[in-house]
Design a binder for this molecule. Structure first.
Ligand code: G4P
Length: 528
């Protein structure tokens, strides 16, 4: 095997950040890029701030689609490794893409606002990472503010997110009294300085917990308290265990402040030393190993490009095995067609440049006009289908209605094409001609109406619809299935891929139907 190729694989780390809005994802991304020398000064990453995409302001998102393509994947070097950081839209631009991106990475960084603890979005995102037992690194952010008791938060993470916590660093004070962190495995205290967050700082450290210099720098009381706290922590917390981390059962926990750029390098160091490089991925036919010579990959995200007139889209492909070379031919398994790829994009340092050479773990962007779908597998001729690129049940629903009833055909065409991009799902009830849209982020509804108008010349409006949740349904037994579909016709609908789903008006209704039909399988996640 080509040793240069193997080295390239071993260098790769493909990562996403999971957090609740405002926990500090954008700020950490900035600092990480600073360390990766992808940006010169912090403060230049687009998409900051909780209110940037207020609902009425969604046009901005459309305008920025070009920008978000470049920030969808950010590749940068760090300590001999090549990091691919995949963006997970989090505010109003939160969508199914956010979930699906998590199925394309080898590791996640969970960011917790230490003043708040475990929040709702983080819970949901962690459920998705559990599907593939993805290793999780944890950063407890905003230590420069008044925080909750870190021990309580670790407890909360263990209980609510069902993952063991192993503190690697421990904070010395917080808020105005935040002095730094003690590294449990290096036996070193790193000292925090305020006002240096926009640069890479020279961090002072003190070796050894019993070093009398600690008293000098921290004061006697703080040093004593730190030693006492650490005794407790060392006794009561989990030791770091690499295998438990790699199987997603234990998370190493780091403390710091993203704004102060303190502690971020500890996570990056953990990423390069502990996180896995690309290994293998299941396909329906067999396991595919990163070291295999032939290129394989799958599409996890599709994004409409800048020029709506041409319906130009970029499909994001995660490379699973082999390497991509500019100008190579790819085989699209679903359509059994060959595709010459001369202009794939890579995302080095956040720039859009043409891909020359890409390796397992890397993401390349393929231009297309609607021929590529989410979940597509590409190979160099082999018929393979990668698994684990699911559709997630939407959480919000609207009924879409045409302003001009004669345009029904265009509406359906537009909706199916937009649903193929994966941001919104369409459901067509069996018992009437209504069209229901489902999404995981509310903004998607506004985007759909605008794009229908601009790209398909169809004016549509929404009506409220009484649907609380949806499940895809199936059954191995014919008789049960026939009875179920007959009795529940009014709640059944076909999605964009013609899969049958149950639209439940309430959770109570769903539970009752499930109890009445125990042989019917109800799924919140559907694979392609
Ligand atoms: P997000 O992408 O997860 O939504 O969070 P983002 O990084 O945008 O951070 C949300 C807010 O929290 C920002 O303040 C940011 O400056 C602040 N923040 C992030 N990390 C830290 C930290 O370590 N300490 C403190 N004190 N604040 C932090 P903002 O006022 O909403 O935005 P801005 O005006 O600062 O841009």
């Amino acid at each position: 095997m080509n040793s240069k190729f193997i080295k390239q694989i071993q260098k790769r780390r493909t990562l996403a950040i999971i957090s609740h809005p405002d926990a500090g994802k954008t700020t950490i991304t900035e600092k990480v890029l600073l360390f990766g020398q992808a940006i010169q000064i912090a403060g230049t990453v687009k998409g900051r701030g909780s209110n940037q995409y207020a609902k009425s302001d969604w046009m901005e998102i459309e305008k920025q689609r070009g920008i978000s393509i470049t920030t969808s994947v950010m590749q940068f070097p760090y300590k001999g490794c090549m990091i691919n950081l995949l963006d997970t839209p989090g505010h109003a631009d939160f969508s199914e893409d956010t979930y699906r991106t998590l199925t394309a990475v080898d590791c996640c960084l969970m960011v917790i606002d230490t003043a708040k603890g475990v929040e709702e979005r983080t819970r949901k995102l962690m459920e998705v990472t559990r599907l593939r037992h993805t290793p999780i690194l944890t950063f407890m952010n905003k230590l420069d503010r008044d925080i909750r008791d870190p021990i309580d938060i670790l407890d909360e993470i263990e209980k609510e997110l069902k993952i063991a916590c192993s503190p690697i660093t421990w904070p010395v004070g917080s808020g105005r009294y935040f002095k730094g962190v003690y590294h449990l495995y290096e036996d070193k205290t790193y000292l925090y300085q305020t006002g240096k967050g926009h640069t890479i700082q020279k961090i002072k450290s003190i070796e050894g917990l019993n070093n009398p210099e600690l008293e000098v720098v921290l004061g006697e009381d703080v040093a004593t308290q730190l030693r006492q706290e650490l005794e407790l922590i060392k006794g009561a917390s989990h030791k770091f265990d690499l295998n438990a981390f790699l199987s997603g059962q234990l998370t190493p926990v780091f403390f710091g402040t993203a704004l102060g750029n303190f502690g971020v390098d500890h996570i990056l160091d953990a990423l390069v030393t502990w996180s896995p490089s690309p290994t293998e991925r299941e396909a329906e036919q067999r396991k595919v190993f990163a070291e295999e010579e032939k290129l394989t990959g799958f599409i996890f995200k599709i994004q409409a490009n800048m020029d709506p007139k041409h319906r130009d889209r970029i499909a994001f492909m995660r490379i699973v095995s082999g390497s991509y070379k500019k100008g190579m031919k790819l085989f699209q398994v679903r359509t059994q067609k060959e595709l010459m790829v001369s202009d794939a994009l890579t995302f080095m340092a956040g720039d859009r440049t043409q891909a020359e050479d890409s390796f397992p773990g890397d993401i390349i962007g393929l231009h297309n006009h609607g021929t590529i779908q989410i979940g597509d597998t590409f190979t160099q001729g082999e018929t393979l289908k990668f698994t684990g690129i699911p559709h997630f049940a939407p959480e919000l629903f609207r009924q879409i209605r045409l302003s001009d009833p004669l345009k029904q055909k265009q509406l359906l065409k537009g909706l199916i094409q937009l649903s193929e991009e994966g941001a919104v799902q369409i459901f067509r009830p069996l018992s009437n001609n209504n069209m229901i849209l489902g999404a995981v982020g509310a903004l998607q509804f506004d985007v759909v109406v605008s794009r229908l108008k601009n790209e398909y010349h169809v004016s549509a409006v929404y009506d409220v619809v009484n649907i609380c949740t949806v499940c895809w349904v199936s059954c191995y037994e014919k008789k049960e299935w026939a009875e179920f579909t007959k009795k529940n016709e009014n709640n059944l609908a076909l999605d964009g891929g013609n899969h049958l789903s149950y639209l439940a008006p309430t959770l109570v209704n769903l539970r009752m139907v499930q109890e009445r039909h125990p042989k019917i399988i109800f799924r919140k996640i559907r694979e392609q």
